[in-house]
Each structure stands twice: as C-alpha cells, then as structure tokens.
Design a protein around this ligand. Structure first.
Ligand SMILES: *[C@@H]1O[C@H](CO)[C@@H](O)[C@H](O)[C@H]1NC(C)=O
Ligand SMILES: *[C@@H]1O[C@H](CO)[C@@H](O)[C@H](O)[C@H]1NC(C)=O
Ligand SMILES: *[C@@H]1O[C@H](CO)[C@@H](O)[C@H](O)[C@H]1NC(C)=O
Ligand SMILES: *[C@@H]1O[C@H](CO)[C@@H](O)[C@H](O)[C@H]1NC(C)=O
Ligand SMILES: *[C@@H]1O[C@H](CO)[C@@H](O)[C@H](O)[C@H]1NC(C)=O
Ligand SMILES: CC(=O)N[C@H]1CO[C@H](CO)[C@@H](O)[C@@H]1O
Length: 621
C-alpha cells in the first residue's frame, strides 16, 4: 500500500495549492569548506550531463519510530521482539502531507511532473533525473567536475546549494551536491592476490585451546576456514534449518560480483554438504552479478563464501546495488554517483519480508559523508531495526586513522575547515542503530592493528539547528561500558582527537588476520584459487552468520528474531562473549586505543561463544 493514497492527497490536488515560489529568495541549504582533502576542482560540469538527484523529505514522526525501536530491542522491556510491519514503519517514516504538496509544486514549476518523479515506498525520498543546467537553476548553484589527486576519479559536485526559503523546512537534503565520500570495499587493500594457499587445507598438526576453552585444530591459528570459525566460536554441532523462513542477507556494491563457480569450489573444500546449493540474487538500481571469471570480486566472494558457507542450509540473499564513480562526465546518460546506501535501503524497506541478519563490508570515512546524509541513511537503518533486522557493518581497516598514509606517522586532518588532527571513524559503522564488527587474529585472540574503531565525531554539537534528533551522540546502551573504560584511560589521552560523547563502535571482534606477512588468513576461493584475505570484511559476514544461527534457534523456538542487537549485547549478551585483552589499533600518528579487560573501543566486548549466546537468547522472551 502506498502512503500517498493513505494520506489522500493526489499530486494534482497538491498543484492546486497556493504556495508561491515567486519572489521567494534562495537561501543556502548546505555548504562545505571546499572539497575534502584529495579532491580538486577540474572544470565546469557540462550543462547537458544528467544527474540523478535524491531529495530527502523530513520524517516528522522519526522520534516515535526511534522510541519503538528502543522498546522492542530492549530485552527488559515488555514489548521486546514486537517488531513493526512494513505499513507501520512507513507511517512513521512518511513526510507531512503538506511537504509532499509543496515539493511537488516546486518540481512542477521546473517542468517535472508526476511521471518524472520516483518516490520511495514510504514517500520519504524523491528521485529525479535532470541535466546539470536545470539542477543549477533549481539549486542556485554551479556544478564542477572534481578530480581525485591519487586515483584520477572524477565526480560532478558543488560545495554549496540553495533552496527557496519556503522549502527549507520541507527538504532535509539533496545529493549529489556536497558529498565527496569515497565508498570502499574493505578487502580492497587487505589481501595477497599474488599469494596462493595450498589446494588442500588439511587439519593436521594437533589441537590447541580455543577462546571458548575447547580444543580446536592448531591450523586455525594460521589459516581460517568455515570449520575453524565454527570451532573457535563454539558452534561445531549446531544445525540450521532450511525451512523456518530464517534468511541471511549480504550486500554487494562497487561492481563486486559473487562468482558461482568459485562458491561451489569453496563449498567442496570447506563445507561439502552445501555443494550444489545456491542463493537468491537480487539486483538493485541496475546491479548485476557478472559470472565472467575475470569479473569475480574478492569482497563479494569472501562475503558469500563465508556467510553462506557458515549458515547453510539457511537460505541466502545476495544484493548487488549498481552505481559507482568514476564515470564519464561527458555522457548524457544519468550516472548515479551517489553513495548507494539510499538505493539499497529504499529497495529492502519496500518489501514485506527482509532477511533477519544482513552484513555489509563497505565503508566511507565518516567525515566525508555530510552529516545530513549520514543522519538520513542512519534513520533508514533504524527503520530496518524496527522491522526486526540485525545489521552488521565492518568497522573499517585503518585503525583510528583514514588509511591515507603510514599509521605510525600519519596525521589525520578534519575537513570541517579547521584542518585539525582527528581520529577518523568509518560510516555506516558509526551509526548508532547498527552493530559495528572489527577484527582479531591468532589464538589467544588479539585485536588486529588495522581494526577500525573509536568514537563518532557526529555528536550533538555538530547537529544543524534544523535537525530534530541527536543521532550520533553516545546512545544510552553504551554509557556504562564506555564510562568504565574512560575511567581507566590516563587523563588527557588523545585529548581533542576524539569526542568521548560520541557513539562508539561496538566492535564485537571476529577472527581475522593481521596484515603482517606471517599472520593468519581467511581462505577464500578467488578465480579458482585459495587466496588469503584479511580485513574487517572477514569479520562482518562471520559475525552476521553467528547472529543468523541465533535467529534460527529463536525462530525454531517460536520467538521473534533478535532485530537491532546492541541493547541486548550491551545489557546481557556481553556475558557470552570472549573478552579480548590484547592489541591496539594505531593510526593518525598514535598508538590508537588499547584492548583492556571488559569493554574497550578496540575490541568492544569481545568475540562470540555461540553455545552461551544461544542459551541466553533462548532464555529471553
Ligand atoms: C544460482 O542462482 C543464480 C541466480 O540467482 C543463477 O544465475 C545461477 O546460475 C545459479 N547457479 C547455480 C550453480 O545453480
Ligand atoms: C563481464 O565481465 C567481463 C570481464 O570483466 C567483461 O568483459 C564483460 O563485458 C562483462 N559483461 C557484462 C555484461 O558487463
Ligand atoms: C592542513 O594542515 C597540514 C599540515 O599543517 C597541511 O599540510 C595541509 O595542506 C592543510 N590542509 C588544508 C586543506 O589546509
Ligand atoms: C598462534 O600463533 C601466534 C603467532 O604465531 C603465536 O604467538 C601463538 O603462540 C600461537 N598460539 C598457540 C596457542 O599456539
Ligand atoms: C564533544 O561533544 C560535546 C557535545 O556533545 C561538545 O560540547 C564538545 O565541545 C565536543 N568536544 C569536541 C572536542 O569536539
Ligand atoms: C600471509 C599469510 O599469513 N599467509 C599464510 C596463509 O595460510 C597459508 C597456509 O594455508 C600459509 O602458507 C601462508 O603463509
């Protein structure tokens, strides 16, 4: 059901309304202090170049949606597990009817009629395709081609845009305008493509004591397989169901394709019972899954092989979302160079059923995603949480830094015009409605050096006056754990580099390799060969797989899926995690944070002990 009919205001009626844009002054809606480090202005954008503009309409009922989310995700609340339906969620995401009218009228004024406008299922996003010339007129701005110094990528952006004053309360943001995010697949820098592991991954070499106190193959200290992860995290004998409607979702972006031949070969090697099984492929915004041998993506292969390999026979879904820079600014074809989370969110939220656990191993530096945009994407994640979906995001692969240089000497610059040194957290891992997953290596488990983590800089003082909620401030569920850690930190440590009022990443660490040459490695089949892979990219699908197994157990027991995990993990779940006390995550010329006993910003509460977690989640309502 489309909300527009519920609200009873067809567009034509709206056009009869009386808002006048005549003589209405444009006022700056959003501006940034020049392009972020790494980008330079190259040339004016060709006027005929087509842009796909996404317009976010305000969600006046979001605070109500968020209130539902906290209640139904808190195991001590009577409404725990009472997730909302698609209709209920959309009613809480919908813009005010007047907003729909005013915005439609403004679009009509520029010749954009109903047929030119694509609306999200909740009507909270509007998508239009317009030439640069028209966008410049609508937004009273000038677009340029910006080039990236290191990669040569080009994008069409502006550093400021304006809207008629009457529209300011009816539009949260329009992109692409000021967004220079560099969205990355997290395996891209952390693999040894030139190295190949043996074809047979034998379990010879005896056993050692794993984190759960059980005996595990000694090889698991150097090469990580599906079998190793099940041993390390105490789930060797757990069998999932194929038919209880539990599902695992994995996302693919940036033309990362999951190769079926590689997947079957992986199953033969690491989970023979899954051999011959398949997953559901979902294309979003033109995303494909090119099966050419050369088109196989290491990230997509890693995610599907470990995610589906660990949870088989749970049905799997692989989402491929199209759209990525660089592109040819001279073509007149609309090129989507927006950061693609909004497309993915619109798609999944428009469906009645959604996989209960979903993992994403892609990230941007938080500061490269405008606060307004981050806030809206994060609101979409909250809506998924309200629907009962657990979202796992890799925490990033650059420690507390941004990976632009050697972590020991690198300075990390803020791009807010002040150019001060700052730790650089990753987005969307920094969103308070998702679970951020980092990495460990070896046995006993140690935080990996590259593991992203720390405090979000998008805290309340960054909130523009128009915003209605304080999303990135430290959520209450983290208060006790974080305060305890801060008490242990020597006074003044990293003062000014992070904001202790910010949301911290959860960093329920999973086993991944370090990038020292002799460290552990995940064994992924890539273009037919066993390839060692590292990164928090390994951790996110692994953790998601264990969450999916927990959902399997709860669904079999007639209970609701876990949904948004953090309130549970911080209040009860941490008791079933292996505390990690070794390691740190250097960056920005510092040593980063230290792992300590109890919660810490590097390793969170630790890695899972599946049997213990299962007992906890089955004891909950
Ligand atoms: C798996 O499913 C995809 C589409 O979802 C299909 O293209 C592919 O051929 C299938 N592979 C096998 C081995 O059945
Ligand atoms: C699939 O990938 C191959 C190798 O990169 C490429 O040559 C081919 O054009 C691609 N096919 C499509 C339909 O994009
Ligand atoms: C920021 O400061 C550093 C070091 O002082 C300097 O090298 C860099 O050019 C500055 N960047 C900007 C954008 O001002
Ligand atoms: C695992 O490997 C690391 C690094 O080589 C080593 O320090 C550690 O002792 C090994 N663990 C066990 C239990 O053998
Ligand atoms: C951290 O955030 C608080 C508001 O939540 C603000 O008062 C404070 O100035 C911020 N500190 C820094 C170093 O940005
Ligand atoms: C970089 C790294 O640690 N590589 C190791 C990955 O695992 C194989 C064994 O399967 C070792 O031979 C590599 O040295």
């Amino acid at each position: 059901m489309r909300i527009i009919t519920l609200l009873g205001l067809p567009i034509a009626a709206a056009l009869a309304g009386a808002v006048s844009f005549k003589g209405c002054q444009h006022k700056v809606k959003e501006s940034i202090h020049g392009p972020p480090r790494g980008w330079y202005k190259h040339a004016p954008a060709p006027k005929h170049h087509m842009l796909e503009l996404k317009i976010a309409l305000p969600q006046p009922k979001f605070p109500e949606l968020e209130q539902h989310l906290w209640e139904i995700s808190d195991p001590s609340h009577p409404r725990y597990g009472a997730h909302l339906s698609k209709q209920e969620t959309e009613a809480l995401m919908a813009p005010h009817p007047e907003t729909l009218d005013v915005v439609s009228e403004w679009l009509a004024l520029h010749g954009l009629v109903k047929e030119d406008v694509i609306r999200s299922s909740a009507n909270d996003w509007v998508t239009i395709r317009v030439p640069v010339g028209l966008a410049e007129e609508m937004l009273d701005t000038t677009y340029h081609i910006y080039k990236h110094t290191r990669t040569g990528d080009s994008i069409v952006r502006t550093t400021s845009y304006s809207l008629p004053e009457v529209l300011h309360d009816h539009i949260d943001l329009i992109q692409p305008t000021t967004m220079f995010a560099r969205f990355k697949a997290l395996t891209s820098t952390l693999h040894w493509a030139n190295q190949v592991q043996p074809t047979v991954l034998s379990a010879s070499g005896g056993t050692i004591t794993g984190p759960a106190g059980n005996q595990v193959d000694a090889n698991c200290n150097s090469t990580v397989t599906v079998s190793c992860l099940r041993q390390l995290y105490n789930a060797v004998d757990y069998k999932t169901s194929a038919t209880n409607c539990n599902k695992l979702g994995l996302t693919g972006y940036l033309e990362q394709y999951a190769n079926d031949v590689d997947l079957q070969k992986f199953y033969q090697l690491q989970n023979p019972s899954a051999y011959g099984s398949n997953y559901t492929f979902v294309s979003i915004n033109g995303g494909t899954n090119n099966q050419s041998y050369l088109a196989a993506g290491l990230e997509a292969n890693l995610d599907t092989q470990f995610g589906f390999g660990l949870t088989w026979p749970t049905p799997g879904t692989f989402y491929s979302t199209g759209g990525k820079p660089p592109f040819d600014p001279d073509t007149a074809t609309a090129t989507n160079t927006n950061e693609p989370y909004s497309y993915w969110l619109e798609h999944v939220l428009s469906h009645d059923t959604i996989p209960q656990s979903i993992s994403t191993s892609y990230a941007d530096d938080e500061q490269s995603v405008p606060y307004t945009y981050a806030t809206r994407i994060c609101a979409g994640m909250a809506a998924l949480g309200a629907r009962g979906v657990s979202l796992m995001f890799a925490s990033g692969d650059h420690g507390v830094g941004d990976g632009n240089a050697n972590p020991a000497t690198q300075r990390c610059y803020s791009n807010d015009g002040r150019n001060i040194t700052k730790f650089i957290p990753s987005f969307p891992a920094s969103c308070p409605y998702v679970t951020a997953v980092g990495g460990t290596s070896n046995i006993p488990e140690t935080a990996v050096l590259f593991s992203g983590g720390g405090f979000s800089n998008y805290v309340s003082n960054f909130i523009p006056p128009t915003s209605r909620f304080h999303q990135f401030a430290r959520p209450a569920y983290q208060d006790a754990a974080v305060s305890k850690y801060l008490e242990k930190l020597a006074p003044g440590t990293y003062e000014g580099l992070y904001n202790s009022s910010g949301r911290v990443s959860d960093l329920f660490r999973m086993h991944t390799p370090t990038w020292q040459a002799q460290a552990n490695n995940f064994s992924v089949v890539y273009q037919g060969k066993n390839t060692p892979v590292a990164g928090t990219s390994c951790s996110a699908p692994t953790f998601a797989a264990f969450v999916s197994m927990l959902n399997d157990a709860r669904i079999n027991a007639g209970k609701a899926p876990l949904g948004f995990l953090n309130p549970f993990l911080y209040s009860i779940g941490y008791k079933a995690l292996n505390d990690i006390i070794h390691g740190k995550n250097p960056g920005c010329g510092t040593e980063g944070f230290d792992a300590t006993g109890g919660w810490d910003p590097v390793t969170g509460h630790g890695t899972p002990n599946f049997q213990k977690l299962k007992a906890l989640v089955l004891a909950m309502p």
